[in-house]
Design a binder for this molecule. Structure first.
Ligand code: NAD
Length: 426
């Protein structure tokens, strides 16, 4: 099974704590710091709206399989709901709920005028052909069209969804409501997508790394990076980090893991994979087992796959100085404590991977203005906004002598509560 980080490993994480429990854990810690009353905790812990729909699909063998589609709108006090759409067999209501809440805090932490939402379908996307993914997507829009919209709820890509899926969403929504590119972000450039959106989460991670590196006296030119997951987030993070002088010494995906002590070229790896190559066959790197992969010596470990992958049974294996969270919820609270004891700095998802939602905001603004910014402008605005956000989180963590995660959550919750109060919701 070479380097495959298998289901059993994630199952341990699930038993450790579900995504929902993890987000609630962080929420409660921040609510304690803010002295938030119990009745308000109940309001902000729960979701405003949860929709579940049935998506029947005829499979290649002629049978009909029913998948479940979800959209959870957690909190809309600060603006239209915003969040990705995930196609994965492990998607369920509890996970979508947790990820929706995370989006509420994330949009508030980085100060973009959105609430938080998340959606998904529990389909095995990697095993379905494009025609079936299109049918699933169009059915989902037909069943959710009353609760999404440019001023209501704006989906975006997440695990196993991409610009093509966003194009189908825009098209199907347009048939029902008239052309409305701003209903979805992460679209192809030719359909109103923003330059720089595809790479935004990975690029933003490395912008945040640039801000966090001085805390550990790290020089990017001498920083070794390991990337877990080589999809949208992981591949762009690796490529941008490489471009800024970092050495990429390990990469894994769902098929296996590789180690390259002297460094590998992530652009060449991307080409190898695009050409149908398998990760573990990449020339110049050695296949490595899953647990050995976690122990590769590096300065920065970037989890960029699924949630709960760093947990109590494997956190002690990490051999890094910083965990830069590209994935949503990759580190369980027990793992957080193990890493803190080991002196590892954890830069939390809600600020580290916010580049995607920031450039989604830029895309939405450009669509509403029927105007397009060039790529350089997008990159510069992204870096500026993340610099400010990381600075605010860091200042709070210094003032309150707490982790970056606790500081970030308390900042986000404080901002949402303030706006909800001003609107008269609570
Ligand atoms: P993706 O589908 O493009 O890539 C996921 C990667 O993870 C793939 O390389 C896959 O092979 C790998 N993977 C899956 N299961 C694995 C396993 N068990 N072990 C090792 N690798 C595994 O998804 P993405 O859009 O890059 O999202 C990755 C993470 O980042 C998710 O947690 C997502 O919520 C989060 N995120 C994504 C965005 C975005 O803009 N796409 C923004 C913020 C956060």
């Amino acid at each position: 099974m070479s380097g495959l980080i298998d289901r059993a490993d994630r199952a341990t994480a699930r038993a450790d704590l579900s995504s929902y429990a993890v987000v609630n854990h962080h929420f409660d810690a921040a609510a304690d710091q803010l002295g938030l009353a119990d009745d308000l905790r109940e309001v902000f812990r729960g979701a405003y709206r949860e929709v579940q729909v049935q998506i029947p699909l005829r499979l290649a063998d002629g049978t009909v399989k029913v998948y479940n589609g979800f959209r959870v709108q957690h909190n809309g006090a600060r603006g239209p709901y915003k969040g990705g759409l995930r196609y994965h067999p492990e998607v369920d209501l509890a996970e979508v709920r947790a990820l929706a809440a995370l989006m509420t805090w994330k949009t508030a932490i980085v100060g973009v005028p959105f609430g938080g939402a998340k959606g998904g379908v529990d389909c095995p996307a990697r095993d379905l052909d494009a025609g079936r993914i299109e049918r699933i997507t169009r059915q989902l829009v037909d069943k959710l069209d009353q609760v999404i919209g440019p001023q209501l709820d704006i989906p975006a890509p997440d695990v196993n969804t991409n610009a093509q899926v966003m194009a189908w969403i825009m098209d199907e929504y347009g048939k029902l409501h008239g052309d409305a590119p701003a209903v979805v972000t992460g679209k192809p450039i030719s359909l109103g997508g923003s330059y720089g959106r595809e790479s935004a989460t990975g690029r933003g991670l490395i912008d945040v790394l640039g801000e966090a590196a001085p805390l550990l006296d790290l020089d990017l030119e001498r920083t070794r990076v390991v990337v877990q997951g080589f999809g949208n987030v992981g591949s762009f993070a690796a490529r941008v980090a490489h471009g800024r002088g970092c050495t990429i010494v390990g990469v894994c995906d769902h098929t296996g893991a590789i180690h390259a002590p002297q460094g590998l070229d992530p652009d060449a790896l991307q080409q190898h994979l695009n050409g149908g190559g398998v990760l573990t066959d990449f020339p110049g790197a050695e296949p490595i087992g899953a647990r050995e992969f976690l122990g590769i010596a590096c300065e920065v470990f970037i989890p960029a796959a699924l949630g709960g992958m760093i947990h109590r049974d494997n956190a002690g294996l990490l051999n890094c100085r910083m965990v830069l969270e590209g994935a949503n919820g990759p580190t369980t609270p027990e793992a957080d404590a193990i890493l803190a004891d080991a002196g590892v700095l954890v830069v939390p998802d809600v600020v580290a991977n916010a580049g995607g939602v920031v450039v989604s905001y830029f895309e939405w603004v450009q669509n509403l203005q029927h105007f397009r910014w060039d790529e350089r402008e997008v990159h510069e605005r992204l870096a500026k906004l993340l610099r400010r956000s990381f600075g605010e989180v860091r200042a709070r963590s210094d003032d309150r002598r707490c982790s970056l995660r606790l500081a970030a959550f308390s900042l986000g919750i404080e901002r949402v509560v303030e706006v909800a109060r001003l609107r008269g919701y609570v």
